[in-house]
Structures are given as C-alpha cells and as structure tokens.
Design a protein around this ligand. Structure first.
Ligand SMILES: O=C(O)CCC(=O)C(=O)O
Ligand SMILES: [Fe+2]
Length: 344
C-alpha cells in the first residue's frame, strides 16, 4: 500500500443539460452510492470565465498582508458575524479528533448576499458584481440538482412535485446557512509526505456542496466503504471535457433528511503533489426554518438506513433523542457548535 498510487474514485460525470427522468436517476444513483458526482460544465450555468476570474481574485486576496485579512476574522462583528470571514492557518480542524494542530490552510467565508451583503475587505469588495454573480449561478446549479433529485424520488405533484427540495432552498424566501468559501493551501515550509493532511477527514454539513479545483492541484480524496482512500481527479476526462466538470457532494443534512439514502461521504485533502493549492466550495443549505421531516417519497420510505441515521444523530449531538424534528438552522447550529464550540 505505502508506495502505490491512490486509485481513482470512479465518480461518474453526468450531463444534466437535458433533465430527463433517466438523467435524474443517474444523479440519484451517484448520490446514493458515491455521495459524489461530477456535473458536466455546460459553459452557461456557471461560466468557466467566472470560475477562473474567481480563482484569480482568491489568489489576490490570500496573498494580501495578514493585517488586511485579520481585520475580517471569522465570527467577528466586522466580518458580519457567525461563520463569516477569514480563517487563519491552523485556525480550524475539520477532524479535531485526529488533528489537534488545525489544518494548514486559510479560508474566507461569504454568506449569501441577502438581505444585505456582509462587509468585505477592500480587495474583495472591489469585485462584488463578480462574487455575487458567481454565488447566484452556483445556487442555480444546486437547485437544478435538487430538482433532479425530486424527479428521481418521485415526489407526487400533490405534495409539491419535483420542486419539493428546490423550493426549500429558494433564497428569495428567507435566510439560510448557505456559505461560499474560498480556500488556500500554502506551500509547506517543511518537506511533506504525500499523505500529510491539508484538510482533515470530514463530511460537509449542508444539503449539496459544489467544489471547484484547478488542474495540476490534486489532493482531494474520498473514503471508500472498504476503508481505503481514493483520489478525486480535477478533470476525470481531459480529452473529452475542455472545462473541468463541477464536483458535487451530498452533505450531512441531506443525508439525515433522506434517512441515509443519500450518502454524505467523508473526504480529505492531502499534500499529494505538494504544490500551493486553491479551491472554492459552495455549501448550499435549505432555508433556516425548513423542518427536516417527512419527504413525501415512497422511495425514501422504503429505504431503511438505520445505522447511517444513528451515526448522523451522534455527530450532531442528538443521540437518544429520536423523534425530535430539527429545522435546518438547528441542524447547522449543532454542527458548528461541534466544530467551533460556538454557542447559540
Ligand atoms: O479543498 C478541497 O478540495 C476540499 C475542501 C473541502 O472539502 C471543504 O472545505 O469542505
Ligand atoms: Fe468538504
């Protein structure tokens, strides 16, 4: 094992430009087996030029002086409050049980632009139109994916139909925990083993996450059911796909909500190539007041994921409290409390 290359995770690339029932089924299959899928970039929903402009902006920002970034430290009032703003090197650990030191990365969290945009450092506020456009296009893709899940889960028209999930993520209808995060993994000053950790093993918190990475900057790995790690390539098929497809993964909330039918798969970032690395993640959450109960789908009712749901309850500190219905906000607050020790 020690010298072998990590094998490819085999995550499928799905073209959703024709949102047919077959395509919806492919999305559901990937979400309930891998917990990860690639969406072919159609060049329109999230323009590749916006993706590269965002990466450029991100690198400009993270190269700024510590003083400029520190002024907008995460959770501070200046950064707009809880879970917004700058995370310093070693400022958080995604896997606190195995990494006391904190991850060797920096991050900046930006919440949705409604009802008012959070205060941003000048380097970022100079590009507000780009950032907002990018966030909105990410949200559109998330809602398209959620609609496909609604189709495949056969939610009856009288109960709300295929839009059942996407309507519960409609930003025009209220606040949510949705967060856009820019990430920076600096070069290490000391030589690193390929398997050294850049972002600790974790699963994401929300419903769906979009992940953007750059060619030539590997490191993302998913945990397989047999306990081994598999690499997730940036572009699994460069000869066919000019633009890297968009990586999507299911978060804990959606796994919990679907009684474990959809998988929130554990993943991590290792040093792999060892280069400096940038990534961006769009963590999509339902509206705060959405109750995580009763998805009107016979397919979910038939599925019994007892073990997964118990694991999820433990993770958010709900063990033993079966029967309690949480709202999306309560679910997220419990997770953030475990990660950051944040009170209500
Ligand atoms: O940087 C990456 O590729 C992954 C980051 C990640 O998984 C996260 O921030 O949740
Ligand atoms: Fe993640």
């Amino acid at each position: 094992m020690s010298h072998s290359e990590t094998i490819d995770a085999g995550i499928p690339v799905i073209d959703i430009s024709d949102p047919s029932p077959e395509v919806a089924q492919q999305v559901l299959d990937a979400a309930s087996t891998h917990g990860f899928l690639f969406i072919k970039n159609d060049g329109v929903t999230i323009p590749p030029k916006d993706i590269s402009d965002m990466f450029e902006l991100s690198s400009k920002f993270f190269r700024a002086s510590r003083k400029e970034k520190e002024a907008y430290t995460i959770h501070s009032e200046k950064a707009g409050g809880k879970n917004r703003g700058w995370v310093s090197m070693q400022g958080e650990s995604l896997d606190p049980e195995n990494s006391k030191q904190g991850d060797p990365k920096e991050a900046f969290n930006i919440a949705e632009p409604y009802p008012t945009l959070q205060p941003l450092p000048p380097l970022l506020s100079a590009s507000i139109p780009l950032i907002s456009r990018f966030q909105i296009s990410c949200h559109t893709l998330c809602k398209n994916i959620l609609t496909l899940l609604g189709i495949a889960l056969n939610i009856s028209p009288t109960a709300g139909g295929p839009d059942w999930f996407s309507i519960r993520h409609d930003q025009a209808r209220g606040p949510s925990g949705t967060i856009f995060r820019m990430l920076y993994y600096p070069l290490s000053s000391t030589p690193q083993d390929k398997t050294s950790i850049r972002a600790g093993a974790h699963s994401d918190y929300g419903s769906v996450t979009l992940l953007f990475r750059l060619p030539g900057q590997p490191g993302l790995e998913v945990l397989k059911s047999d306990g081994t790690w598999a690499a997730v390539p940036v572009n699994p098929n460069p000869s066919q796909l000019h633009d890297p497809p968009i990586l999507v993964n299911i978060g804990d909330l959606l796994s919990f909500w679907t009684s474990g039918m959809l998988k929130s798969t554990v993943h991590r970032v290792t040093f792999s190539g060892g280069e400096e690395r940038y990534s961006m993640a769009y963590f999509c959450h339902p509206l705060d007041d959405v109750a995580l109960e009763g998805i009107p789908s016979g397919i979910i009712e038939e599925y019994k994921g007892g073990e997964e749901i118990e694991g999820q309850r433990r993770k958010i500190g709900l063990e033993g409290a079966s029967g309690k219905v949480l709202t999306a906000k309560e679910h997220l607050d419990r997770r953030l409390k475990v990660t950051y020790g944040l009170g209500d």
